[in-house]
Design a protein. Structure first.
Length: 137
């Protein structure tokens, strides 16, 4: 850094050590006793926020996994239904009355299973909303 003596006029420049000395002299004032008393509570509050953040991160991860699993199950059931329908139409097994009743029964079972999954999904959504409302309090 260029050094110009303080006597050189208005274009004064200081050395690094002089600037450092000035910064040290201009440091923040010492904290008051009242401020120091607040520190433990502030630390507790910070810890509480951090714990809440970690819990919510875990919760969101579990929720995402549940949602992914439900979508995979739904996709699997739809594929199974499609395969069964394709198999029935290829084989021509739908000619007999007994076979038609059996196919209708299987279709009803698949529809019921899908409805159960939808209800479970709705229940999970409601529980999630309740949990989020609880954690916001």
């Amino acid at each position: 850094m260029t050094h110009i003596s303080p006597r050189a006029g208005s274009n004064e420049r200081f050395s690094y050590s002089q600037e450092l000395d000035l910064l040290i002299m201009e440091k923040d004032p010492e904290p008051t006793r009242a401020e120091i008393r607040k520190w433990p509570q502030e630390l507790k509050d910070m810890r509480k926020v951090e714990l809440h953040r970690k819990r919510m991160l875990l919760f969101r991860g579990r929720r995402a996994d549940q949602k992914k699993n439900m979508h995979e199950e739904c996709r699997r059931l739809e594929q199974e239904l499609e395969q069964r329908l394709t198999g029935l139409s290829r084989n021509g097994d739908c000619t007999g009355r007994g076979r038609t009743v059996q196919v209708q029964h299987q279709m009803q079972q698949l529809v019921l299973e899908r409805e159960c999954l939808r209800e479970e999904s709705e229940t999970l959504r409601q529980e999630l909303a309740r949990y989020q409302k609880f954690t916001q309090l």
